[in-house]
Every structure is written in C-alpha cells, then in structure tokens.
Design a binder for this molecule. Structure first.
Ligand SMILES: [Fe+2]
Length: 454
C-alpha cells in the first residue's frame, strides 16, 4: 500500500514533532538534574516557582491535550490538576501562585512518575495520529506545548538562580573571549518597515511541521520609523557602575514616578544579585561572587524597566521601541530585504549567540560574538540578555488569537523585551519574538541597549 503525499507529510510531521518532544522533555530533566530533593519544593519569592512545580506543570499542559483529544484518556489525578495548573481559568480551580511552595505533596517522586505517565501517553497518542484526521489541531497544540516547555526551561533557570545561585552545580562551559571592541551607536535609516512575523520570512530550518511563531508576533504590518541610532553594544556592568557611583539610585530626576516609588520602597541600590561588600559592588552568579569592576565589559543583567529607563535618561539617551529593535535585527540594508537573524538566514548556533545550549550559565563579555553582529555593527542582539523596549505589550493591528488564554490575556500593563537570553533555548528564539514582563520585574535575565533620535 502506498501513502498519499498528504498522508506522508502528516506522518513526517508527526515523527518530527515526536523527535522534538523527546528532546525538549529530556532537557527539562537535565536542567533539574543537579538539584537535591529539598531544592525542588522551596519557593524563595512570590515571583518564582519551585522546580517540582515546573516539571509537573509542563506535564499538566500535555495532559490537557490528552484530555481533550485522546479518546478514552482518564485524568491521572484531580489533585494534580489543581496543583499544576498555572493561570488557565478554562481548566478550573488551581492553587494560588504564591502558595506553590506551601505543599510537600505531590512529592518529587510522584511528580516524576506523573511526568513519565504523560510522556508515555503522549508518545503513544502521537503514534496513533498517523492515520487520523484532526491530526493538524493536535500537532499544533503539541507544538505549542513544546514552546511552552521551552519557556519553562528558561523560567527554571531564573528560579534556580534565585533559589541556589552559586550553590547550583551547573555544568558550565568555558566562556568565549571578547575579540573585538564594540563602541558607539549605529545610525539606522527610518521609513516604512514591516514589523512582525510572516513578511518575506524564509522557511525556518528543519521540517515544515516544526515552523512556529506565536500569535502575538503576527500579523506582519507596516510601521513608520524616524531615523534613529542604536547602541552597538549592550549596556555593560561598567557603564551601570558609573550610574550607581554617580548616585543614580539616589537622584529622582532620572526616574519615572512609579520607578522612584519602587526604588525607595524596596531600597534598591543596584541591580538584583549585586551585593555591597566592604564598599565594593560584587555580582553573584552561577559561578560565584565576583567584583563588578572585574565584569565591567559584560552586559548588565537583572535590571527592571525602571532601572533601564533611568540609566538611559542619565546617559542622555532612551530605550528603543520594539520596531526599532526588530529593524536592526532583521533588515539587511545592502539588499534592502528582511533576514531571519542579525547575521543573516543561517540558524542560531553557539558561535553567533549565547543561548541555553552554549552552557555558559552567564552573560558573555561584549565583543565575544563578532559572527553574530548585524550589518550595522550591533552585537549580541540575540542571546545574553532580553532587551527592554519602550513598547507596550499590546496586540499588533489585525491580531487574531490562535490559542485560548495563552498570549492575548496578558495584553495590558507589560513591556516588550526582545532577543532572548543565555537561558533561552536556541530552537525557541526568533527575531520577531515578543517577550513581556512588568516594569518592576528583574528576576529574569533582562538587560538593555540604548537608542537615540538621529
Ligand atoms: Fe506555563
């Protein structure tokens, strides 16, 4: 018997998704592998979640797919549905976010057993899809589930950093050396620009079934930009130390009113993970405690939108809009065409950007990735730190929601960040990717580069 072309592409789609499923699910468990059992259940702050919760919640997501689409699937445990749901109203009652660390059950062992059960069921279900209609819907939900899991891998890195920082035995790879000096601002011409995913995009690497973009990156639409200048380098610890030493955190004139309130209420004196020891600023990361001055040429991380904006004002500059950021990351001025990444259409790899697979567990020094720069000489736009923009996280004109309660319910009171961080999986990042956080948040790996009017 021969399969039709349609069936064949469905079958290869299924096996491509199945392979990605195994890879992504395995990596989550690699991230938590160095943890001791006690580490899995502690919640060190309201904004973080215990690692046990992440490994269960990402499985819960796939269980909702099984519940809705696998005939005869019986839910594993009502209690787990309650504990592992995050914010989905459509899936019923759930534990308050801030109370995820108040329960010792399900145990880590139970959670891993639940995870294994879901994997077995999912892989069996994917196999059974071959001959079925409706496979498209399921494949797109599974694809979303894998993007969701990659988001949680990044959140796990943030949360493990908050939980353990240098006590976590990360399998750290040696950092590349900075090989070029990155200075000044690139002047970028304005005019009409196609913002968002889907305009002139070349097929992404790999199987068509693996192509993906979130609904919030679409549709591509034209925006008008004035001429502008964009920092070639990310703002560094050295730059930020000057702001601190110039009493930036004590001077209201650089701050938004809301930001100034937070600075005073929280007694902020520096970014998160900076510690003052005998009058010297030190930075704690996965590798230990280091003088900030010794890390002067590394991008500053763990700053809020308020701190990034205050620095930019102090420096006589401003933050870029997301359209300004995306044009710099995707526009090739010589051919006047869009490219997938700042360096061109080649896929992401470790010589071009510092992402999760690089295994640095840290930012890399500025100038470490000359092969990743854009045509204007802007470095490290992909990887290292998510970059704050001034843009509000709102739907693009013509937005159509593709998944309930995934992106669109967050379209209020948050700012867009671009480019990915050293904790973002390579397969997860795109130049059109819109991440979003509240202006005061800084436990994620957030930094920035400055812009200026031309
Ligand atoms: Fe989630």
């Amino acid at each position: 018997m021969t399969a039709s072309a349609g069936e064949l592409s469905k079958i290869s789609g299924v096996s491509a998704i199945g392979a990605l499923y195994r890879r992504v699910r395995a990596r989550t468990m690699q991230i938590v592998a160095p943890l001791e059992i006690e580490d899995y259940v502690i919640q060190t702050a309201e904004f973080m979640s215990p690692p046990r919760w992440h490994i269960g919640h990402t499985s819960w997501f796939f269980e909702t797919v099984l519940q809705a689409h696998r005939p005869g699937y019986k839910i594993y445990s009502e209690d787990y549905l309650f504990y592992f749901n995050s914010y989905y109203e459509g899936f019923g009652a759930r534990i308050e976010r801030t109370k995820r660390g108040t329960k010792s059950r399900p145990t880590v062992k139970d959670t891993v057993a639940y995870r294994n059960h879901v994997d077995e069921q999912m892989l069996g279900f994917l196999e059974s899809l071959n001959a079925k209609t409706g496979a498209e819907t399921v494949l797109s939900l599974v694809r979303l589930g894998l993007e969701h899991e990659m988001q949680h891998q990044e959140l796990l890195v943030y949360d493990i950093k908050h939980l353990l920082c240098d006590q976590y035995a990360a399998p750290i790879q040696p950092a590349p050396a900075s090989s070029v000096k990155v200075e000044g601002m690139a002047e970028i011409e304005g005019g009409l620009f196609w913002l968002g995913y889907g305009h002139e995009e070349k097929p992404q690497a790999g199987m068509p079934a693996l192509q993906f973009a979130f609904d919030n990156e679409k549709p591509a639409h034209q925006v008008f930009l004035q001429d502008y200048a964009l920092g070639r380098a990310l703002v560094s610890n050295g730059d930020f130390l000057e702001f601190i030493q110039d009493h930036g955190y004590q001077n209201f004139r650089w701050w938004f009113s809301e930001g100034w309130e937070v600075v005073n209420r929280e007694k902020w004196l520096a970014p998160l993970y900076w510690e003052l020891h005998d009058g010297e600023w030190m930075i704690r990361d996965f590798t230990g405690l280091h003088p900030a001055a010794g890390k002067a040429n590394e991008p500053v991380a763990h700053v809020s939108y308020y701190e990034a904006s205050a620095f930019a004002k102090w420096a006589g500059k401003r933050l870029p809009t997301e359209a300004e950021w995306e044009k710099a990351a995707t526009f090739e001025p010589n051919s006047a065409h869009r490219i997938a990444f700042p360096w061109g259409d080649d896929p992401v790899e470790s010589t071009k950007a510092n992402l999760l697979e690089s295994g640095l567990w840290s930012v890399a020094a500025i100038g470490s990735f000359p092969a990743g720069q854009n045509a204007y000489g802007c470095h490290q736009m992909i990887g290292d730190v998510w970059e704050w923009t001034t843009s509000d996280y709102v739907p693009y004109p013509g937005f159509k929601s593709e998944f309930d309660e995934y992106n669109d319910k967050w379209f209020v009171n948050q700012k867009v960040l671009r480019g990915g961080s050293y904790a973002t999986p390579q397969a997860h990042i795109r130049s059109t990717y819109r991440n979003f956080f509240h202006a005061h948040e800084r436990w994620m790996i957030s930094g920035f580069r400055c812009a200026k009017d031309a």
